[in-house]
Design a protein around this ligand. Structure first.
Ligand SMILES: *Cc1c(COP(=O)(O)O)cnc(C)c1O
Length: 459
């Protein structure tokens, strides 16, 4: 009997096998991260710069260098309600492609909020409650992060205020209603509740908002209320730490069927699900010299890694957040209107950026029509409707699997299916009715974006 026929469709771990610690890749980086800088002084950040908006435990995780960090019991208990997540063997996708590659995917769409984001929302809510915080403020674009934080806040007895980009607030009523059902207050941004919002509205009364503006409002709300902190759904080191639960589980699941990936793939917005699935394997690559390709997949319309510059930049449009060394298209970047809201961010995680700069990971950019073609193909073979973000990873998987077919190579491909697309059917409609446009990112746009990078002395 061949190896393939022995592997089940779904590889489970028991609740008892849930990892007890997250993996902190900062312990193994060949090049340590450059320090983040204060937006006011442009000098390296100290903890005091962050305490107005984050609890100390998360600030510590941001700079921690120990390899493994224990998951608090209360968080682990809530993880157990939806984790370990299943690892699927994509037999029907393989068959439809006629590839000798063996494809596995970790499905994060089974979480109550529908994506991997709950993996970090829960510990963030936990550490904030431990610190005596009463309310969390955050921003959301497409609504996936806002939904995850809303339920996490409720489970830990916190209030939650979500500044939702106004255009999404108006066009995605169901995500807004989901957040309200979980007990959050959802405010269309820009709003009159913050100075940042009022400033924008004075200049542009009809502003439809942007992620950058919504971040500014949420940060201001948190900084100006003692009982309120801010929470971010991607990019930061502590977020990425929490997401490594995905790859840690996947590694154990693959061990059960005696497999190890040749290629690990994740879509990349801020970098958290890609890091989550790939970092525990990159550990083996960096420490034991294991051969492994890790591929971050981004939209052609927002090609942060493939066309951006590795430079110090702000995390938001209003220049309120720290300045971080990362791949960036420039904080003034206005993303073209593509249908994967979770991937429209001008920057990238500092960790992903450093690894890419050091040549330890690869990046690819894909056009959205290809993304939706592969999303529909995946739905029709595997049955799961992927989030448009996740379908970027699927596009790269299909390409690699077809390359394996051409060369007759039996590679093992693992990818993260970061969420389901049940709230994204309007985007699917756009594809099915042939209303989607492919947007490339020109050299002129790259240059224009770079014009606003801050001047700094460090790094
Ligand atoms: C937010 C989101 C992403 C992008 O964020 P990362 O931090 O890059 O993972 C990808 N997929 C889904 C389903 C999301 O909700």
């Amino acid at each position: 009997m061949s190896k393939q026929s022995k592997v089940p469709y779904k590889i489970y771990l028991s609740e008892e096998e849930l990892p007890t610690a997250w993996y902190n890749i900062q312990a193994d980086l060949p090049t340590p991260l450059s320090p983040s800088l204060s937006p006011q002084t442009k000098q390296p950040l100290g903890p005091a710069d962050l305490t107005p908006i984050f609890p100390l435990d998360l600030i510590k995780q941001e700079v921690a260098t120990e390899r493994s960090i224990e998951i608090p019991d209360e968080v682990r208990e809530l993880y157990r309600t939806f984790r370990p997540s299943p690892l699927y063997r994509a037999y029907r996708l393989e068959q439809a492609l006629g590839t000798p590659a063996r494809i596995y995917y970790k499905y994060e769409g089974n979480s109550p909020s529908g994506s991997h984001k709950l993996n970090t929302a829960l510990p963030q809510a936990y550490y904030n409650r431990q610190a005596g915080i009463k309310r969390l403020a955050t921003e959301t674009g497409a609504g996936q992060w806002g939904s995850a934080l809303s339920i996490a806040a409720k489970l830990f007895g916190l209030e939650c205020t979500v500044y939702m980009v106004k255009v999404s607030y108006e066009q995605k009523p169901y995500r807004k209603l989901l957040m309200e059902t979980y007990g959050a207050e959802v405010i269309p941004s820009p709003s009159r509740l913050t100075a940042a919002g009022r400033r924008i509205l004075a200049e542009h009364p009809d502003s439809l908002g942007s992620l950058g503006i919504a971040i500014s409002e949420a940060v201001e709300d948190a900084a100006s209320h003692d009982d309120t902190n801010y929470a971010l759904g991607s990019v930061l080191n502590h977020v990425i730490l929490h997401q490594t639960i995905i790859g840690l589980e996947a590694k154990r699941q693959l061990e059960k069927v005696d497999e190890y990936p040749d290629i690990v793939i994740g879509c990349c917005g801020g970098g958290s699900n890609f890091s989550g699935i790939s970092f525990p394997f990159l550990h083996d690559k960096m420490r034991d010299g294991r051969k492994l390709r890790a591929i971050a997949v981004e939209p052609k319309a927002c090609p942060t890694l493939t066309k951006g510059k590795f430079a110090y930049d702000y995390g938001d449009t209003a220049q309120l957040t720290p300045i971080t060394k990362m791949y960036t298209l420039g904080h003034g970047f206005v993303p073209p209107g593509i249908h994967a809201g979770g991937l429209r961010y001008h920057g990238d995680s500092a960790l992903v950026s450093q690894l890419y700069h050091d040549g330890l990971i690869e990046a690819q950019a894909v056009f959205q029509k290809d993304v939706f073609r592969n999303a529909v193909f995946f739905a029709q073979t595997e049955g799961i409707l992927p989030a448009p973000e996740s379908a970027h990873a699927i596009s790269a998987v299909v390409e690699e699997a077809l390359r394996c077919k051409e060369r007759g190579e039996e590679q093992v491909i693992l990818f993260c299916l970061s969420g389901h697309g049940h709230f994204d059917l309007a985007a699917y409609e756009g594809y099915l009715r042939d209303h989607l446009e492919d947007v490339d990112y020109s050299e002129a746009m790259v240059e224009e974006g770079m014009a606003c990078l801050p001047q700094v002395q460090v790094g």
